[in-house]
Design a protein around this ligand. Structure first.
Ligand code: IPE
Ligand code: IPE
Ligand code: MG
Length: 241
């Protein structure tokens, strides 16, 4: 067992708020959707860098519950980009050993997109090299509200006793129930805010806010950020040293 412990690869969970696509496009005098397409192309490169870095879980914020406030054209363009991305990348993700999951509320998404999401989850269900979670129509407050609703239903039906609700039980109701908590949350584009992403799960995550706009965020910079993370001391409220 000791030997197995020693040779064990770290299994980090890195979550990314992929921000700055719009500004990247604007700087080039292009429509915002041009930036979203460039941003989508970045994902594969970052994903490929994960195994060597010991990143077993990569969670990316693709569309928030607040992003519906954008113009109808931008929202429609993003939805069609998500459909096309899944159609185009599904086989590649499967062959590369990536297990894909989606978090967020699917109710507001169109049927065709939801069925592509379901198919991709099923296709990659046996993979285990990297676990890619795509947050689509995801908002942490919405997730906690949906979780609480299901928890209340279980209490009302007698499946759960109120006195058994604690910090161990509640996460079972979250969309992320099968995932470990993120170790590192990266946000690109210079904004230092969380924008409703993984609020419960990131209670003890380390944060990195980088100025690079998402379509410019290279694998090299990703490696640098992850290496910086390894230099940090995580105390979880305790006193060390
Ligand atoms: C992030 O880029 C992608 C989504 C939110 C869908 P933005 O579209 O927010 O880009 P900026 O922040 O306007 O530059
Ligand atoms: C957060 O970015 C959501 C995603 C990256 C999908 P936003 O651009 O929507 O966040 P705000 O509006 O700047 O807080
Ligand atoms: Mg933004």
């Amino acid at each position: 067992m000791a030997e197995a412990e020693e040779t064990r690869q770290p299994s980090l969970h890195v979550a990314i708020i992929m921000d700055g696509n719009g500004r990247w496009a604007q700087k080039r005098g292009k429509p915002r959707l041009f930036g979203h397409h460039a941003g989508a192309r970045r994902v594969s490169e970052i994903l490929e860098a994960c195994p060597d870095l010991g990143v077993k879980y990569l969670t990316i914020f693709a569309f928030s519950t607040e992003n519906w406030k954008r113009t109808q054209a931008e929202v429609a363009g993003l939805m069609s980009l998500f459909r096309r991305y899944i159609e185009k990348e599904a086989r590649k993700l499967f062959k590369r050993g990536v297990r894909v999951r989606f978090i967020g509320d699917r109710v507001r998404l169109d049927e065709k997109l939801v069925s592509l999401m379901d198919d991709l989850e099923l296709l990659t269900a046996e993979n285990d090299l990297v676990h890619l979670t795509i947050a689509l129509n995801y908002g942490s407050r919405d997730e906690v509200a949906r979780a609480t609703k299901r928890l209340a239903e279980d209490v009302a039906a007698g499946r759960l006793r109120p006195q058994d609700v604690d910090v161990e039980t509640l996460p079972h109701y979250l969309d992320t129930c099968v995932l470990p908590d993120p170790d590192l949350v990266i946000r690109t584009s210079g904004e230092a805010r969380i924008s409703n992403f993984l609020l419960w799960q990131s209670a003890y995550a380390e944060y990195e806010f980088v100025d690079t706009l998402w379509p410019d965020f290279s694998a090299g910079e990703f490696v640098e950020v992850v290496n910086r993370f390894h230099l940090r001391e995580r105390r979880y409220g305790a006193v060390t040293g």
